[in-house]
Design a protein around this ligand. Sequence first.
Ligand code: ATP
Ligand code: MG
Length: 586
Amino acid sequence: MRTTQFPLNTVKETPADAEIASHQLMIRAGLIRKLAAGLYTWLPLGLKVLRKVESITRAEMAKAGALEVLMPALQPAELWQETGRWQHYGPELARLKDRHDRDFCLGPTHEEIITDLARNELKSYKQLPITYYQIQTKFRDEIRPRFGVMRSREFIMKDAYSFHVDQASLQQTYEVMYQAYSNIFNHLGLKFRAVIADSGSIGGAVSHEFHVLAESGEDAIAFSTVSDYAANVESATALLQEQSLADPTEPFAKVATPAQKTIAEVSEFLGVPTQKILKTLAIMRKTLDDAGEETEVFYNLFLRGDHELNEIKTRKIIGEFRFATDEEVEAHHGCRPGFIGPKLDAEYGQLFDHSVKYLADFVCGANEAGFHLRGCNWTADSHTRTFYEKALAGGAFHDLRNVVAGDASPDGHGEITLARGIEVGHIFQLGNKYSAAMKAGIINEDGKNQIMLMGCYGIGISRVVAAAIEQNHDSRGIIWPAKLAPFEVAICPMNMHKSERLKESAELLYQDLLAAGIEVLFDDRKVRAGFMFSDMELIGIPHCIILSDRGLDAGTFEYKARTTKDNIELPLTDVIAIMKEKLASS
Ligand code: ATP
Ligand code: MG
């Protein structure tokens, strides 16, 4: 392509709403343009990169034996009602009505649609296992669309779905897909990790996420320092590190903490480290009353002051909940949040994080505005002892907290370290969640009707482009991994419009590179050399050939890689061979 026919839409200004490098660079390099919140147009240069992610993905899906289909974005509500997700999916589901007043949604994912297809098309165990996939537009009315195409409302996903007669077959395809995903992210040239994940609202038991490692990632991931254990912090297990309870050394006392409400404030004011403070959280747990009606009940959760509540793990234990309002807290504790603590006579539920067991000489709220208790010891004063014994008897100790660096790895090997990641892929063993609800069965080997098992496998194709930039850029622009670059080589002739000879050489080189099957961008604009170079760096072309009259005199060209600072002079006669070699080795 020539820049006169393939205009670069580079811009100098960074949009005000672009918080992270990839978003800024995608706008500045002219890959995308914003239409409205969470909606983006892909410009020609950006689309070239997006298509490369798609084609690498397609090739690996084909190798994994998956069959490509294309399903509608608009989906009838009836199918979503069959699985119950019409009610449960929440406001992220973009619902609409057609002209006949029938309910539809714009698909955020396609389990219902593929399961409907499978129950109609698949009749016998002999047709299984089978995996379908598509690369298609998804809609999610995200509460906070941000970071450009990283978290947008409309995006391109590769979604695959597999159907099985038994768990062994599901497990086998899951492993094939796990490998295919690893291959895809390796081919893309990205630093990534597969981590154990929570299967969230999609359902099922076993699930892994694939994360591109980047500081700006929205997810925290936990790794072992020595083994291959890796999990999203959302689901990483915090092991109870058994220890002995320290002997009390401090007398029990009620102390005034007039304005100290947060753990940090109390810690500073009393000179007690945060790990020696008991944090009391008040929640309203959703449950059913005796008549089977939905209701909410008050609960206390207790954690060590230096630990954070893990809502996902906690929901697995007690189901849905929300944090209590100040009024609800006051009704049960007699004071506002900030001063609340364990209540001996509590008639509501209480859950403790494991690590709370080993607190000694600790501080907690006194259930009285402006006061805390210090010198609390589970075994010393009768107040806390009785409370502790009740808790132990009630078996209310669980893993409620996020892992932190230095925790023992749950597999028993090494310690946890933390890193940030961008979730680019997610694979699940769904089991029969959708197939049972939608009665997707086949005739099995014994001639009996049987519900199929399912797996599902997603890649955020458009998010991958942003994630690749997030991981590979510098102050001057994007540094594309070789397989993602929109063009492999750029020709930058200096002052070509003043030299007929240079123009001819550049033209010849362009034709030769094209003939060699190289994707080349010929910058034939009438612009200053410095402007040309900064554009090429911004859009991240890996290899740049600089031609000049001076070079022609000496029979040389200047070569500059996107990753190096300096140019090197090389013989012009070898240019094709040199470029072929550079491309083969990148
Ligand atoms: P997230 O936790 O980031 O919201 P998710 O768990 O909702 O992701 P899945 O339902 O597993 O995502 O979707 C499969 C893939 O689609 C994700 O791994 C991610 O790469 C991509 N994806 C999900 N939501 C978006 C979005 N709003 N914009 C761009 N890509 C997305
Ligand atoms: Mg989501």
